[in-house]
Design a protein around this ligand. Structure first.
Ligand code: IPM
Ligand code: MN
Length: 327
C-alpha cells in the first residue's frame, strides 16, 4: 500500500491540491491501489505560522513516505525544496517536456531534460560583503557519474536516441569534469557521445532540436527547462520528479503563481502529470498511463484552463478528468 505525502504549499498550491486529490482517489479505486495519503505543511504561510518553512514532521513525513507529491512553495522555496533535494539525496531532476494537444504548444515537441539536482550552483556555499558576492559551483566526479548514468539508462528505457550532454566546458572547470565523465561513460552505456555548449543548446532548443534528451548540470537544467516549457503551452503543462535511489518528490515545474492565486483558474495538469510520473516510479504503470491518457483526452476536448486556451476552472478540469477516467 503506497503511502503518499502531499504538500500543497502556497499560492495556487492549495487550490490545485484540493482539486487533484479526488482525481487520485478515482484513479486509485479504478486500479485497486490502496493509497494512503497524508497532507503536510510547508512554505511561506507555514513559516509565518510556525517559524519554519519546513517543519520536522513534514521532513520526516516525506522521508518515510513511499513518494511525495508537492505543488508549489513561494519565497521560502529555497528553505523547502532545496534542503529536501539535498538531504534526501534526490540527485535527479527529471523534466519531460512533451507537448499535449493544447493550442499554444508546438505539436510533436518532446524533449526530456535530466538535470543534476544536488550540486553545482545550488550547494549554497559562498560568502558576500557589501561589494562582492561569491557563489561556489561545486561539481564532483561522483555526482556527474550518477546523473549521467541515470540519463543514459532513462534514454535506453524510454526510446530516446538523441542524447546530448549540455555544458560550458570551454569556460568552466566544473563543466569540463562533467563533460569528461559523461563522455567516458557514453559508449559503455550504449550511446555515441554527443554534446553542445549551453548557449548554442538554448538556440537549438528553439530552432531545430537535434536532441530528445539532455543531460546537464543543475542551473543550466533549471533555465533550459523553463525555455522548454514555452513550447508545450507553458509551465502549467510541465511535470517533474526529484528522484533518488530510494525516495522521490514529484512536483510541477511552475511556482505559486501569485497573480492568479485564489481565482480558481490555475492549471492542474502539471500536477496531474507529476502524479502520473509518481505512479510510474512506484511501478503502477497502468494507472500512470491511464492518467496521462485522460489528461491528453481532456486537452483534445478543450477541457482546459485559460492559460492553455480553455475556459474551465481548476476543479472543472479535474472533474472532467475524473469522468474520463470512469468512462
Ligand atoms: C525549479 C525552481 C527551483 C529551482 C527554485 C524554486 C529553488 O525554479 O524547481 O525549477 O531553482 O530549482
Ligand atoms: Mn526553475
Amino acid at each position: 500500500m503506497p503511502r503518499i505525502a502531499l504538500i500543497p504549499g502556497d499560492g495556487v498550491g492549495p487550490e490545485i491540491m484540493e482539486a487533484v486529490i479526488p482525481v487520485l482517489e478515482t484513479l486509485a479505486d479504478k486500479h485497486s491501489m490502496a493509497l494512503e495519503t497524508r497532507l503536510y505543511d510547508a512554505g511561506d504561510e507555514t513559516k509565518e505560522r510556525r517559524g519554519t518553512a519546513l517543519p520536522r514532521e513534514t521532513f520526516e513525513g516525506v522521508r518515510k513516505a513511499d513518494a511525495t507529491l508537492m505543488v508549489a512553495v513561494g519565497e521560502t522555496a529555497k528553505e523547502v525544496i532545496l534542503p529536501l533535494r539535498q538531504k534526501l539525496d534526490l540527485y535527479v531532476n527529471l523534466r519531460p517536456a512533451k507537448a499535449y494537444p493544447v493550442p499554444n504548444a508546438v505539436k510533436g515537441f518532446d524533449v526530456t531534460i535530466i538535470r543534476e539536482n544536488t550540486e553545482g550552483l545550488y550547494v549554497k556555499a559562498g560568502w558576500s560583503s557589501r561589494d562582492v558576492a561569491v557563489d561556489l559551483r561545486i561539481i564532483t566526479r561522483g555526482g556527474s557519474e550518477r546523473i549521467c548514468r541515470y540519463g543514459y539508462k532513462y534514454a535506453r528505457e524510454n526510446g530516446k536516441r538523441n542524447v546530448y550532454v549540455i555544458h560550458k566546458a570551454n569556460v568552466l572547470l566544473g563543466c569540463k569534469l562533467f563533460r569528461d565523465v559523461c563522455s567516458s561513460l557514453a559508449e559503455e552505456e550504449g550511446f555515441s557521445y554527443r554534446d553542445m555548449y549551453v548557449d548554442a543548446a538554448a538556440m537549438r532548443l528553439a530552432m531545430d532540436r537535434p536532441f530528445d534528451l539532455i543531460i546537464t548540470p543543475n542551473m543550466f537544467g533549471d533555465i533550459l527547462a523553463d525555455l522548454a516549457a514555452a513550447y508545450i503551452g507553458g509551465l502549467g503543462m510541465y511535470p517533474s520528479g526529484n528522484i533518488g535511489d530510494e525516495r522521490a518528490i514529484f512536483e510541477p515545474v511552475h511556482g505559486t503563481a501569485p497573480d492568479i492565486a485564489g481565482k480558481g483558474i490555475a492549471n492542474p495538469m502539471a500536477t496531474l502529470l507529476s502524479a502520473a510520473m509518481m505512479f510510474k516510479w512506484l511501478n503502477y504503470r497502468e494507472a500512470a498511463n491511464d492518467l496521462e491518457e485522460a489528461v491528453w483526452r481532456a486537452c483534445e476536448l478543450g477541457y482546459t484552463t485559460p492559460d492553455v486556451g480553455g475556459n474551465m476552472r481548476t476543479w472543472e478540469v479535474c472533474s472532467s478528468i475524473r469522468e474520463l477516467l470512469m468512462s
